[in-house]
Design a protein around this ligand. Structure first.
Ligand SMILES: Nc1ncnc2c1ncn2[C@@H]1O[C@H](COP(=O)(O)OP(=O)(O)OP(=O)(O)O)[C@@H](O)[C@H]1O
Ligand SMILES: [Mg+2]
Length: 362
């Protein structure tokens, strides 16, 4: 079976994608699959590459002599790659399944999924609509809200083209909405890795928080602050998805900001073992509900807060979660009894079984 691993990309999570890809390459069963790798640089150039996992991980893959320009053909008869050889001739390579090991914008947001759908190639992870909706926190909120059974933070959605007409009026609306209560969380609708997020402690700091989030997106969410433990569930499956054991984040900083996620070594994660079974089931069922409501297939990581009073509050969904060997998603499945290599097998099977995918095939 020919598996194409797509990595990198133009998002702010390019580097994380390279680390995730190195882990996938180090763990995937090479007897079972014929692996092809295509990297997308930060500038958006696509290259077929034979670089090693280490070279992909450290970024030196971009200079690998094996690199050749390559693209996924939208033509369903090609069902794979068009590769440009050194002498200018073209070769084609049939691909059975694509595993996009990419995160963030132009990767996790339905755009790559759109190319693959047009190309008629089964792929790992949710389809176009679920990926696009899951990337946009305001759309996610609205969809989950329609289900009516999952708690979420009280939220005000602000648009840049409304804010910029009259900043003071928009801030007054926000203050009125929350009854003057602080702290508030301000976050871009479409970002990741906590980029552009701030905890705004007083009305005086609101403008700064809004400007920071509007610097990276044209839509933002202002949320009430939820006080509680940060917990995450890995979900796997198509029409009958299963939820993993629960993981917990212990952020080294005041909240799980960019530094706490990627730089501060004092942040850590653990498997939650102290909750009563009913509470665990409640969290896992909420994760599956969110997954189904969002129309996810394949995989997603669903993140919650757990308040002291036991209330479970949904925070966000990640449709192509981090996949390094220390990332929460594979760790949670490892603790649930599916080791990393078998998890990749399962994701490939799910891509092939996905009815949304098979409807594309010829
Ligand atoms: N309403 C809230 N109340 C309390 N803390 C919050 C709230 N919203 C976000 N946070 C904190 O900010 C962090 C980042 O927020 P969030 O998970 O929504 O953004 P993200 O950048 O999309 O993260 P990811 O990289 O997981 O996609 C959370 O992990 C949490 O620590
Ligand atoms: Mg998050």
């Amino acid at each position: 079976m020919n598996i194409l691993i797509l990595f990198g990309g133009v998002s702010s999570e390019h580097d994380i994608s390279r680390l995730s890809t190195a882990s996938v390459l180090n763990n995937i069963n090479k007897e079972k699959y014929d692996i092809t790798t295509v990297g997308i640089t930060k500038k958006g150039e696509w290259y077929y590459t034979e670089a090693s996992a280490e070279e992909i991980s450290d970024g030196s893959w971009e200079k690998n002599p094996s690199n050749k320009p390559a693209v996924i053909s939208p033509d369903r008869l090609t069902h794979g790659l068009i590769i440009e050889e050194a002498d200018g001739t073209i070769t084609k390579k049939y691909i059975d399944v694509v595993h996009p090991v990419m995160h963030g914008q132009n990767a996790e947001d339905g755009t790559i999924q759109g190319i693959l759908q047009i190309a008629g190639i089964p792929f790992v992870g949710p389809g176009v609509a679920a990926s696009a909706a899951g990337m946009d926190k305001a759309i996610t909120k609205a969809m989950v809200n329609q289900n009516g059974t999952v708690n979420q933070a009280d939220t005000f959605v602000s648009l840049k083209n409304i804010y910029e007409v009259d900043k003071a009026a928009e801030m007054a609306r926000i203050n009125e909405y929350f009854g003057g209560k602080y702290p508030l969380f301000v976050k871009p609708a479409n970002a990741g890795s906590s980029v552009g997020i701030s905890k705004v402690k007083t009305a005086e700091d609101l403008e700064q928080g809004l400007d920071k989030a509007f610097a990276v997106d044209t839509k933002l969410l202002v949320e009430e602050t939820i006080v509680g433990r940060e917990i995450e569930v890995a979900v796997l499956g198509n029409d009958d998805p299963k939820a993993s054991v629960i993981g917990e984040i212990f952020a080294a900083n005041e909240f799980y900001d960019f530094d706490a996620k990627y730089t501060n070594a004092e942040s850590r994660t653990a498997i939650v073992t102290d909750l009563p079974k009913e509470k665990e089931d409640e969290v896992r069922n909420a994760a599956i509900t969110v997954y189904k409501v969002m129309g996810c297939k394949g995989l997603s990581r669903v993140d919650f807060f757990l308040q002291d009073d036991g209330k479970v509050v949904f925070n966000e969904i990640n449709t192509l979660p981090g996949f390094t060997s220390i990332s929460m998603y594979p760790q949670l499945w490892g603790a649930t009894g599916i080791p990393y290599d078998q998890l990749i097998d399962r994701l490939i099977e799910l891509a092939l079984d996905n009815k949304d995918n098979s409807k594309f095939s010829l």
